[in-house]
Design a protein around this ligand. Structure first.
Ligand SMILES: *Cc1c(COP(=O)(O)O)cnc(C)c1O
Length: 383
């Protein structure tokens, strides 16, 4: 286990041994959940989407935190994430988005997971692999990804309801945008969902949970709440929209990305001429960080990228390596082997913001979280 709880001071050996870690603020996760809960009507369930290991923050710890707050269930795309949540002792429903294959049937049953079904072929393959199935029927309302088309959905629901071994717990869709989307598309998707539910009700095959709202939906379209919502990015503090109808006050869960100076030296003349790379100077003090692009840092050093050492900003130097990255310590002459270095977050009175990192690293906020690596230990603040 690579989780660490402070301030109980049980710092795991991984942090000490590796010298690099992420600080994840579970207080922010709780705040973000409470903000959402306060804006939803009491009968709307919250299935927290914790895909990609809880957006890099650790599905297990985030799930345990949200379960304690009263979350109704979780949704993930990989069986591994579901397993890590179950291993935390969380017994709430877990919906698997498309991704798991029927070969995983025995594990899915042992972990008591709910699968997604988008077609009659999927239904039959899963039935052949499991003795009893909990399922959500997945519908594509216009995102052109997984899910039955609105026209096929009626037939699929009818087929799923026919089988005693299949418990249809819900019907859901992912309301989202493509680069080509127009503002009216969200409302078209809502109208399709309403039509599907109306038809299903009249035939007696309307599951008790209808769900289509992720972060953008809960922030902008309260009329998409239905019986449950499954936002994800929201819990780690990423608002998906500039014009929220629900003004939630969200806080970022990723507090810092920290590493250590694993080498410091002055470039004397015995090394020969310094490389002809911007930033290298004769007589400079060179530092080496114990993190590289294999640890989720960008593949090439962006111009202007800095880190904080001894409370001062210092320039990162190209190129990056799998496990190391150079830094110009000339203006931080007291820096020493073993000093903590902050790539995101605060140290002293300096602060490197999420926005700065996202724009310098050539990504966006969701890309920053999605790029967090599972092998980097996490320190959980405010457990
Ligand atoms: C990713 C995802 C979500 C959550 O989306 P956010 O934008 O992170 O809130 C919800 N439902 C499905 C099917 C998804 O794939």
């Amino acid at each position: 286990m690579t989780t660490v709880m402070i301030p109980s001071r049980t710092v795991h050996a991984d942090v000490i041994v590796r010298g690099s870690w992420y600080e994840i603020d579970l207080g922010a996760i709780r705040n973000n959940y409470q903000q959402l809960r306060a804006h939803l009507s009491q009968n709307v369930k919250i299935y927290a989407c914790l895909k990609r290991n809880g957006y890099g923050c650790g599905a297990a710890a985030v799930a345990a935190t949200l379960a304690a707050e009263g979350a109704d269930g979780f949704a993930v795309a990989s069986v591994n994430d579901a397993l890590s949540i179950r291993n935390m002792g969380v017994a709430l429903p877990i919906l698997l988005y498309p991704g798991a294959m029927p070969a995983a049937g025995p594990i899915v049953e042992a972990l008591d997971l709910t699968i997604s079904i988008s077609s009659i072929d999927e239904l039959e393959q899963w039935r052949a692999a499991m003795t009893r199935i909990r399922a959500f029927i997945k519908v594509d309302l216009g995102f052109f990804r997984a899910g039955a088309t609105p026209m096929e959905t009626e037939r699929l629901l009818a087929a799923a309801y026919m089988h005693a071994d299949v418990q249809v717990e819900g019907v859901y869709a992912h309301m989202s945008e493509l680069p080509s989307s127009r503002p009216s598309d969200a409302l078209d998707q809502l109208a399709r969902m309403q039509a599907i539910l109306g038809a299903a009700s009249s035939r007696g095959v309307r599951p008790s949970i209808a769900m289509m709202s992720s972060t953008e939906g809960v922030l902008r379209h309260p009329d998409m709440d239905f019986d449950a919502v499954d936002p994800g990015a929201l819990f780690v503090g990423l608002p998906d929209t500039d014009e929220p109808v629900r003004p939630l006050l969200l806080r970022p869960a990723l507090k810092s990305i920290c590493t250590t100076l694993v080498a410091v030296k002055r470039l004397d003349g015995s090394l020969g001429a310094v490389p002809e790379i911007p930033g290298f100077k004769v007589g400079m003090t060179l530092g080496v960080l114990g993190m590289g692009w294999g640890d989720g840092l960008p593949r090439s050093v962006p111009n202007g990228a800095e880190a904080i050492v001894r409370g001062r900003r210092a320039r990162l130097l190209p190129p990056t390596h799998l496990e190391h990255l150079r830094i110009d310590l000339t203006d931080v002459p007291e820096a020493r082997f073993g000093d903590q270095v902050v790539l995101l977050g605060g140290q002293g009175d300096q602060n490197i913001t999420h926005d700065e990192v996202a724009s310098l690293w050539g990504t966006d906020m969701i890309g920053l979280y999605g790029g967090l690596r599972d092998h980097i230990p996490k320190i959980y603040l405010n457990p």
